[in-house]
Design a protein around this ligand. Structure first.
Ligand code: G3H
Ligand code: 13P
Ligand code: ZN
Length: 307
């Protein structure tokens, strides 16, 4: 069943856990995510990037999501991830197909980010849709050569307070040293927890952690064994995810971990079954592996059993 973004995240904030937000691009990813939520009795956010809409179609993905969500008993929110195209975001808000949208104004100046987020927040709220905003540049801590440079790009607690009060957004994606993709760190994961603690003390909204994939070693090794060149990939450790949740993170975005699970499943199956050409048979183990990964995340995030 559909729930609302604010209901899901407020509940998570009250009980100190995080809801996983998983990117989907097709039916296999959707089935894996919703089946995992059912298995773990967990609330879940299903999200599509603008790239996913370009790949599969906005109406096509929404139709699939609506059919699947209407049938399930676990609470699901359908969310637009990293919306940058203002016209598209406005269309989605008015369409009634999504419960929430993210406006990613992180590449704009602070003032422009405030201006556009405020406009979209008004439109979203008029239409009963929630809005996630972003402040700071989501980039790996190792991308910065100095503390001063980190300070200039990671989310400032003081600016975050002013930003959420001015814009009226429902949640804030913050930059504390995670980055998108499978290559986040050269060694162990490193996040700016002091900054997170200060942001959490300063603002009273659910905080969102992007770029949170863990790149589990067993899945990575399965990819590598069957030919994928990602041996150097490294993600955020489970311990750091748990610590981030304890310091106020209530929504966690995961895409790369599903991608590598899909990749591992398809590669292994094709390598071991070179005579098979049936796409249903080829995709089945990949879908099962993605479901396992999502279930594991729900246990780590503490959302399992909270449906
Ligand atoms: O944050 C980005 C997500 O991983 C989506 O990536 O734009 O390639 O669909 P994408
Ligand atoms: P990962 O690349 O770490 O999975 O991050 C995904 C994300 O933040 C989607 O918005
Ligand atoms: Zn993201």
């Amino acid at each position: 069943m559909f729930s609302t973004y604010n209901q899901l995240l407020k509940q998570a904030a009250k009980k100190n856990y995080a809801v996983g937000a998983f990117n989907i691009n097709n039916l296999e990813f959707l089935h894996a995510v919703v089946s995992a939520a059912e298995e773990e009795q967990s609330p879940v956010i299903v999200q599509t990037s603008e790239g996913a809409l370009g790949y599969a179609g906005l109406e096509e993905l929404a139709a699939m999501v609506h059919v699947v969500v209407r049938r399930t008993k676990v609470p699901v929110v359908y969310h637009l991830d990293h919306g940058k195209d203002i016209d598209l975001i406005a269309y989605i808000i008015k369409s009634g197909l999504y419960q929430s949208v993210m406006f990613d104004g992180s590449s704009l100046s602070y003032d422009e980010n405030v201006r556009e987020t405020t406009k979209l927040a008004k439109l979203a709220h008029k239409n009963g849709v929630a809005i996630e905003a972003e402040l700071g540049a989501i980039a790996g801590i190792e991308d910065f050569v100095s503390v001063a440079e980190q300070d200039a790009h990671l989310t400032s607690p003081e600016q975050a307070k002013e930003f959420v009060e001015t814009t009226g957004c429902d949640s804030l994606a913050i930059a504390i040293g995670t980055s998108h993709g499978a290559f986040k760190f050269s060694d162990a994961s490193k996040l700016d927890f002091k900054r997170l603690e200060r942001i959490n003390k300063t603002i009273d909204l659910p905080l969102v952690l992007h770029g949170a994939s863990g790149i589990p070693t067993n899945i990575k090794n399965q990819c590598v064994k069957y030919g994928c060149k990602i041996a150097e990939a490294k993600g955020v450790s489970d311990a750091h995810i748990k610590k981030a949740i304890s310091l106020g993170i209530n929504k966690i975005n995961i895409d790369s971990d599903l991608r590598i699970a899909f990749d591992a499943g398809v590669r292994q199956f094709l390598s071991e079954n070179p005579e098979v050409i049936d796409p249903r048979k080829i995709l089945e183990p990949a879908t099962e592996l993605m479901q396992k990964v999502v279930q594991q995340k729900m246990r780590i995030f503490g959302s399992a059993g909270k449906a």
